[in-house]
Design a binder for this molecule. Structure first.
Ligand code: BES
Ligand code: ZN
Ligand code: ZN
Length: 476
């Protein structure tokens, strides 16, 4: 999907014109002449009132069609993004002209570009047909848009799409090795340095927790490190992502139903890797070190057993009481590696707990932080990016649930209540003393329905927030 800036005098011949209307039938964006030209017709179509989510296609002048979308009572960047996303899927022509950017130009341009590109996304890698002309539209001219904002938003969207593609890929075809190669190739394309560790190197470096998870799989683990070190960077951000290429639960085996979606369990790694590449492409002056341990959590003969003890590269030893709490194990090593770089702050992203999904549902991620300012920075970045987060507490008294008889701590409290918090407290032991935030994206890593900019499947959740966080750290 290509989004282009367009001046006022736009040829609409053969194109679908997309325009938004607020509840109360007030058109948003577009020239005065356009508003006049549709004013009377809005009154003719009684079933369209401008309610959020409504849309209607009408004939219009030379255009192939006029597609009106309802914005509801407020024209915010979020409602514009959603309207752009849901309307693009209704366009039946190859070309469209969108009038949505004509309000609060820079922010609206971003929101509409994002909605358009992300809403048009389809994952067709394993489909044999061509989609029967579904999502036929391949280019949108945004009237009255800010061209720089289009370009920046398109870069962010290509990172979101990269993350979606990785999450949607079947685990069979995205082994840790294949995935690491794909990250490294994507990094090479944008001039970011990538270092991939194989099994031998991971053994030499003594990443005992990652090795413990990988022990049950015939596919070797990897660790990928990306480095973006621009001139003039004043802040060094470390990103750590959970990259479980498939989570069977290990010997503490999942049920069939809860295993079904577990190819998503590398969504945290996809978010941090793709965001790092976007931050580099945008030239944001922040140093970024992105570390993502990659492994299956499987059930081979040498799989880690409940009761085994693992030694992460740095920090407390771990009694594995439940092999399905594997994300925190590989993150213990990931955080330990991140600390070696002495970053100013660390943010980890993970599909870590079913409990955060239960608590916050499909659309909201949890943020935990050792530092109130960082928590607020993440929440601010998320709200500008149009992603939903809710802060949860690092409630120290729950830590005793992780006391182990034989090791420094255990990986699973064996108690459901508050277990997203227990997981975060576990990670805190490996995050060092500096500011650290943990983003548990177990709910929103996958979109369960198509709506607005969301398309059923891997969501690429977190990419937009991380890019926005980098922007705020750079003071831009
Ligand atoms: N990958 C899962 C968490 C998850 C669940 C992500 C649902 C997305 C949707 C994680 O590895 C896991 O299994 N966690 C366990 C931990 C428990 C054993 C302490 C959980 O949340 O049940
Ligand atoms: Zn698990
Ligand atoms: Zn997992």
């Amino acid at each position: 999907m290509e989004v282009r800036g367009a001046g006022g005098a736009q040829s609409i011949a053969g194109a679908t014109v997309i325009a938004a209307v607020m509840e109360g039938l007030e058109p948003v964006g577009g020239s005065e002449a356009f508003v006049e030209s549709i004013d009377d017709r809005l009154l003719e179509v009684a079933e369209f009132t401008g309610k959020k989510g409504q849309s209607i296609t009408l004939p219009h002048d030379d255009a192939a069609a006029l597609l009106l979308v309802g914005l509801g009572e407020e024209a915010t960047f979020d409602t514009l993004r959603q309207a752009a996303g849901s309307s693009i899927r209704k366009v039946k022509t190859e070309k469209a002209v969108s009038l949505l950017a004509g309000v609060d130009v820079e922010g609206a341009t971003r929101a509409v570009t994002e909605g358009t590109i992300l809403g048009a996304y389809q994952y067709r890698e394993y489909k044999t047909d061509d989609g029967n002309g579904e999502n036929k539209c391949s280019s949108v001219d945004l009237v009255g848009a800010d061209p720089d904002a289009i370009e920046e938003a398109a870069i962010v969207c290509s990172a979101v799409i990269m993350a979606r593609d990785w999450v949607n890929a079947p685990a069979k075809d995205l082994s840790p090795a294949a995935y690491a190669d794909q990250i490294a190739a994507a990094a090479a394309d944008v001039g970011v340095s990538a270092d991939v560790w194989d099994l031998a190197k991971i053994q030499t470096e003594d990443l005992g927790a990652l090795l413990g998870v990988a022990a049950g799989s015939d596919r070797d683990p990897r660790v990928v490190t990306l480095r973006h070190s621009p001139d003039g960077a004043l802040t060094h951000l470390a990103l750590v992502g959970k990259g479980i290429t498939f989570d069977t639960g290990g010997l503490s085996l999942k049920t069939a139903a809860s295993m079904e979606e577990m190819k998503d369990d590398m969504a945290g790694s996809a978010a941090v890797a793709a965001a790092t590449l976007a931050i580099a492409r945008l030239g944001i002056p922040v140093e970024v070190t992105c570390i993502t341990p990659l492994t299956d959590n499987a059930v081979g003969g040498d799989a880690t057993r409940p009761g085994d003890v693992l030694r992460p590269v740095q920090g407390p030893t771990i009694e594995v009481t439940n092999t399905d709490a594997e994300g925190r194990l590989i993150l213990a090593d990931g955080l330990g590696l991140a600390r070696r770089y002495e970053p100013d702050l660390i943010v980890d992203v993970a599909t870590l707990t079913g409990a955060s999904h239960v608590a916050l549902g499909d659309e909201i991620a949890a943020v935990f932080s050792s530092d109130p300012d960082l928590a607020n920075q993440v929440l601010g970045a998320a709200s500008r990016a149009g992603e939903e987060f809710w802060q949860m507490p690092l409630h120290e008294p729950y830590r005793k649930k992780l006391d182990s008889n034989i090791a420094d701590q255990k990986n699973s409290p064996g108690y459901r209540y508050g277990s997203a918090i227990a997981a975060a407290l576990f990670l805190a032991e490996y995050a060092g003393d500096g500011p650290w935030a943990h983003l548990d994206i177990a709910g929103p890593a996958r979109d369960r329905e198509t709506s607005g900019e969301h398309v059923k499947g891997g969501s690429g959740f977190g990419v937009r927030t991380l890019v926005e966080l980098a922007r705020s750290l750079a003071g831009s």
